[in-house]
Design a protein around this ligand. Structure first.
Ligand code: ZN
Ligand code: ZN
Length: 445
């Protein structure tokens, strides 16, 4: 047998949280794992909506989108990449599929496909998020897919968005494992354990692991979050405002159960309703039914109504409420409200005894950015105390170390972290050799 050369190149996720774009080359076979947007790099140059990238040219000029031939739809060359595998639907792993040549096959889980289609519909005409024309191929956990000389096995993991996967990639040089984003303290930790077990069995030569939480780690769980939310909501006299990532179905379920238990309705924004409606068909997921008596759909006061909004407004006509309605029934509503909806408070006029729950990482997470100072000013203006109740989507350091020890790969490549140096020191007594990555450099394995 001809021994093919296997190598990894990291085009994103290096010294930053997210933006993962990892190329695995095995002889002539080339597959990208994730093709996400780099929030950190974008923030260095842009301040949306008035200073936003105009074209892919700007993004390449500034190094936000890697210069790479034979992968983009704006490049005339035939595709040189065999496939792109997407671990999950967060934008820092998937958004730059926008630029991928439509002839290249994109593989992801069924739930991720639904999420990306829904996001695509909601973000029409967005340069940096457009999945139109992508013929997604979906996979299931445990399945083995052959791409050129590679065999790729997706295995489900627990993360703060449903439908997240890690991969075990059988190459000519042995197995390479990619964790994607994962944790063991969410609603379905068993999925991550399944992944770790399979990864270990593959006796990998290398593992590419996320290492997000090297500082500010905490011990908690989704169950604990629900318990805390219950305490807050049951004590509140007025409206409970809640900010959380709308694709975080576990958090949504926690809020929903708490609202129901305390005799309140959970009012979700149109965006979240649209996503929930799309995810309804997903048999493997349990999501609140939009027809449930304890669910309302919150519509902002604004001029234009988009096509996708019309669809939800028509389908769930009797469930739609506006700020003026919510204002009249504050004691029986938990309102999911994003930073960009704070203007609605003017109409709601939260009464005394109302409160605000930030249930996302502070002050920044992968999907949204909160201008913390402005938030504090709004809450101060209406006399709303702020609670922070959250659990990270990412694994904690000691658990990660235990897992890496168990998987026992010959080499470890940390990604999706601002603390790769600290990670290396922390892992220095493992048998596995940790390699700090440099962007764009090829690492033979
Ligand atoms: Zn991520
Ligand atoms: Zn993620």
């Amino acid at each position: 047998m001809v021994r093919r050369e296997t190598a990894l190149t990291f085009y994103g996720g290096v010294n930053e949280i997210g933006g993962n774009k990892i190329l695995l080359r095995d002889g002539d076979t080339k597959v990208f794992f994730d093709f996400g947007m780099s929030f950190g790099m974008k923030k260095q140059f842009y301040s949306p909506p008035f200073l936003s990238p105009k074209s892919e040219k700007s993004l390449q000029e500034l190094g936000i989108l890697p210069r790479f031939e034979g992968i983009y739809k704006f490049d005339d060359r035939p595709p040189e990449i065999d496939a792109v595998f997407v671990s999950h639907g967060h934008l820092d792993h998937s958004a730059y599929l926008s630029f991928i040549n439509r002839e290249i096959q994109v593989y992801c889980g069924e739930t991720t496909k639904t999420i990306l289609h829904a996001l695509g519909e909601m973000r029409r005409a967005d340069l940096e998020f457009n999945v139109e024309g992508i013929a997604f191929k979906s996979f299931r956990t445990g399945e083995k897919l052959r791409i050129g000389s590679l065999e790729i096995q997706p295995v489900h993991v627990d993360h703060s968005v449903p439908g997240a996967y890690g991969f075990i990639i059988y190459t000519s040089s042995g197995a390479v494992v990619y964790t994607g984003d994962f944790r063991v303290h969410g609603a379905k930790p068993q999925m991550t354990r399944d992944f770790v077990k399979k990864a270990k069995e593959a006796d990998p030569v290398a593992i590419v692991t996320e290492a997000t939480n090297m500082t500010g780690a905490s011990i908690s769980s989704e169950a604990e979050v629900e318990n805390k939310l219950n305490q807050i909501v049951s004590q509140a006299d007025g409206i409970v405002l809640a900010e959380f990532a709308y694709a975080d179905v576990d958090r949504l379920n926690s809020f929903f159960r708490v609202a129901k238990k305390t005799g309140r309705c959970l009012a979700v924004p149109l965006k979240q309703a649209y996503l929930l409606n799309a995810l309804r068909a997903d048999k493997g997921l349990s999501v609140p039914d939009l027809d449930d008596d304890f669910v309302l759909i919150f519509q902002k006061e604004k001029g234009t109504t988009y096509r996708w909004e019309k669809q939800i407004l028509e389908q769930y006509r009797g469930k739609v409420v506006k700020a003026s309605d919510v204002s009249k029934r504050q004691c029986n509503v938990v309102l999911a409200l994003s930073f960009y909806d704070l203007e609605e408070l003017v109409e709601i006029q939260p009464k005394a005894g109302s409160c605000y729950v930030l249930s996302a990482s502070e002050p920044f997470n992968e999907e949204m950015e909160i201008d913390y100072e402005k938030l504090v000013n709004w809450l101060g203006h209406y006399g709303l105390p702020q609670y922070h109740v959250h659990v990270s989507g990412h694994i904690m350091p000691l658990q990660l170390k235990t897992m890496l020890k168990e998987i026992d790969a010959a080499r470890i490549f940390p990604v999706h972290t601002e603390n790769a140096g600290l990670f290396t020191m922390f892992m220095r007594d493992l048998k596995s050799k940790v390699t700090l990555t440099e962007k764009g450099r090829e690492y033979k394995i």
